[in-house]
Design a protein around this ligand. Structure first.
Ligand code: ARG
Ligand code: ZN
Ligand code: CA
Length: 329
């Protein structure tokens, strides 16, 4: 090995033209061989023809999208896995929330991000010019990391009855799917000073994301089980009334795609979320204001998903926020 390497080095040094040809002739890539071995071991794996067909379909729908016909498919489909860390109750009771509650949550984010939410009509007219719609779809995973069929929901009994943020690594280690392939959402009994959710911000060179963790094993979103899902449309899930419309996940997934709080986490007009079309405001807004509120000489956009108002008052991502999320994606 060493011997042949040094001979190649000699050729490279003395005969650049010849050396180029030698190294070109030696150039090899193991991808095809690797694929064949995998196929041999597991004949049910997708073969090359199947892959090429899939790719052709993808390219065609992509071309349709680019040519303005966006009815065929969304640009992004995000496979989601929901890890329910429960306390041993039967499914549908207490912390072991039902499939229906989880599906209701997926439906909310599939409306909020593309701005198909019914309460988009409540966005004040002054903010309509900056209202953004994201071409994205969330889907509970259909394949688990082994390639087996799944409904995208994992139920695991926890080793504690309630969790705080300091337990982050512990409950995430109880159930986790590779963050390269899934958006991990942990639904837990979060008891930590009123916290109803938090998110690991993405790794990016955008401003405001400098301190993001690079730990893939903890990448994802955490939500309190009584703030996950919606009772809109007649549901009777055990949800906190202020957070009963699924907007905690909208807010947290906004963070997951790189959004910061609209007030910039600083209580002054110089706080920034690094997004131009979200107005500056001093501090967060809580509850549900019934009329416009002025801050920093303009109306606050307290309807923004990245403020702190109650679920029923939130209804907008801006064009700038959508652009930032798209950049992160
Ligand atoms: N407090 C949480 C956070 O900072 C989420 C707030 C979500 N608000 C809501 N109305 N659901 O990430
Ligand atoms: Zn937040
Ligand atoms: Ca802003």
């Amino acid at each position: 090995m060493i011997f042949s390497k040094s001979r190649l080095l000699l050729l490279l040094t003395l005969l650049p033209g010849l050396a180029f040809r030698v190294s070109w002739a030696q150039e090899k890539c193991g991808t095809v061989a690797y694929q064949e071995i995998r196929l041999h071991r597991n004949p049910r794996l997708e073969n090359t023809d199947q892959f090429e067909k899939w790719m052709k379909d993808k390219l065609q729908s992509r071309l349709k999208t680019l040519s303005g016909d966006r009815t065929q498919s969304s640009t992004y489909t995000i496979p989601v896995v929901v890890h329910v860390i429960h306390n041993g109750e039967p499914v549908g009771t207490g912390t072991n929330i039902s499939d229906a509650q989880i599906i209701s949550q997926i439906n909310v984010i599939n409306k909020d991000f593309p701005r198909n939410n019914l309460d988009a009509v409540n966005t004040p007219p002054e903010f309509l010019p900056v209202a953004g719609s994201m071409d994205i779809e969330f889907a509970l995973a259909k394949q688990d990391p082994e390639g087996l069929a799944t409904n995208g929901i994992v139920r695991v009994q926890g080793t504690k009855n309630s969790w705080a943020m300091v337990d982050n690594d512990t409950f995430k280690a109880l159930s986790y799917w590779p963050a390269e392939n899934y958006l991990n959402i942990w639904v837990i009994n979060l008891q930590d000073g009123g916290l109803i959710g938090y998110t690991q911000l993405p790794v990016s060179n955008l401003p405001g994301l400098e301190d993001s963790s690079t730990d893939r094993l903890t990448d994802g979103v955490v939500i309190y089980y009584r703030a996950f899902g919606t009772n809109d449309g007649g549901g009777t899930f055990d949800l906190e009334s202020r957070f009963s419309k699924g907007r905690t996940a909208t807010h947290e997934i906004g963070h997951f795609f790189g959004l910061r709080h609209t007030w910039g986490d600083i209580n002054s007009c110089s706080g920034t979320d690094y997004v131009d079309d979200t107005p500056t405001q001093i501090g967060s807004t809580s509850g549900c204001p019934t009329q416009a509120e002025v801050s920093c000489s303009h109306d606050k956009m307290f309807q923004n998903y990245l403020d702190y108002t109650d679920d029923g008052c939130m209804n907008i991502f801006t064009l700038g926020q959508v652009a930032r999320m798209t950049t992160v994606l």
